[in-house]
Ligand binder design. Structure first.
Ligand SMILES: *Cc1c(COP(=O)(O)O)cnc(C)c1O
Length: 384
């Protein structure tokens, strides 16, 4: 049987014959109650009790000391990198295999992305190739880690937890420590994922979440900054709310701030979603088990399982085509999408895209192979 037909069979056995999107939001809880309450209160915009509540509940859930709700995950990253000390002209190590927002946040600060390779188990940054690249191409000085070729300081590292699977944090944090790099975690896809019992996004100096419509929970659009540093948290709140000094009527802004706050309406939606998060994740883990039962009969692909020691939220279910059939990806995508199941490839590697070609990069090998072989499957929490 042809590969694409076999995969369609597996999807039909698992999901039945209904049309399935890639990841659709579910509004089965208090969404309408909270939104109505929010509208009735007239506090629909930048202040209100739902913003405070949502931030508090996010901190409780993730175990971060503080969570600051903002307009989206990209703005959360921009502010986190700024607060982590990334300045104009600094380089920041970032996997090429990620969503474009990760890289844009670096560029918005006038800093420079420096692309690194990813590895096959978690799809996150590869510690082994990173260490050999740093050994070869950088020098540690009193100014920090210097890129010998460009002469610029390499200031930070942004690990990304891809599709909700925690990346190899221990190794990456230890490299960052050795090379004097500040770590800001992109946990946009990782709400509900734990690395050896600790929530992702709480390992670096700061970390971020996204609540875009296709993420595990949604606020329509939105994001959050996580940190265990109270002073940084206060600065994050201040900077993302136009840097206005609190006063009953005076407008004093003590630095050039940003209007990156999350409106109360969005936070109301988020609070209702957060109440259902554990259920969403249970369903998504169950969906993995169903897929697993079916895919283990088909030896040409590997269904991606949570890494050892980790509990993943299984945001996007993923298969990896074996190297023997990587050239079948487009045929498979075309065929399955034409049969009512939305399946997607990985992002195009960012270093290949026109606006990003000119930036420095380590040898990128595994990511190129992954890009040819990753297929995301229907993953919504209500599919089974
Ligand atoms: C979704 C996402 C972001 C950005 O989130 P937005 O809320 O869409 O700005 C950043 N990084 C990754 C890996 C993402 O998946």
């Amino acid at each position: 049987m042809k590969y694409e037909k076999k995969i369609l069979d597996i999807l039909q056995n698992t999901l039945g014959n209904k049309r399935c999107g890639l990841h659709e939001p579910i509004f089965a809880g208090n969404e309408k109650n909270y939104l109505n309450d929010c509208i009735n209160s007239t506090f629909v915009s930048s202040v209100g009790k739902y913003v405070d509540k949502f931030e508090k509940e996010l901190a409780v859930y993730t175990g971060a000391k503080r969570a600051i709700a903002v307009s989206n995950g990209t703005s959360a990253l921009q502010i986190s990198l700024k607060l982590a000390g990334v300045d104009e002209g600094d380089e920041v190590l970032v996997p090429s295999l990620t969503f474009v927002g990760t890289v844009n946040a670096i560029l918005y600060l006038g800093a420079i992305p420096h692309f690194i390779d990813s590895e096959e188990e978690t799809f996150g940054a590869d510690p082994k190739s990173l260490i050999s690249w740093l050994k070869k191409s950088t020098e540690l000085t009193s100014q920090g880690c210097i890129n010998r070729k460009t002469g610029r300081r390499i200031k930070g590292l942004v690990p990304v937890h891809i599709f909700g699977h925690p990346c190899k944090l221990d190794d990456l944090l230890s490299i960052a420590n050795d090379y004097n790099l500040v770590v800001v975690e992109d946990a946009a896809e990782g709400l509900g994922s734990f690395y050896y019992g600790k929530h992702v996004g709480t390992f670096g100096k700061l970390g971020i979440l996204s609540f875009n419509g296709n993420k595990v929970i949604t606020t329509g659009g939105g994001g959050a900054i996580l940190t265990n540093d109270e002073a940084l948290a206060d600065q994050a709140k201040h900077l993302t709310t136009t840097a206005k000094v609190p006063h009953k009527w005076k407008y004093i802004h003590d630095t050039i701030g940003y209007n990156f706050r999350m409106p109360n309406l969005n936070a109301a939606l988020g609070l209702a979603q957060l109440e259902q998060l554990d259920n969403f994740i249970l369903s998504k883990r169950k969906l993995y088990d169903f897929y697993e039962k079916e895919f283990k009969k088909f030896k040409h692909v590997r269904l991606i399982k949570e890494p050892k020691g980790c509990k993943s939220n299984y945001w996007l279910q993923t298969i990896l085509l074996n190297k023997s059939i990587f050239n079948k990806k487009d045929i498979i995508l075309e065929f399955i999408n034409n049969h009512n199941f939305m399946v997607r490839p990985s992002w195009t590697l960012i270093h290949k895209l026109l606006p990003y070609k000119k930036f420095p990069r380590a040898p990128i090998k595994t990511s190129l192979s992954l890009e040819k072989r990753i297929i995301n499957l229907p993953s919504s929490a209500d599919l089974i």
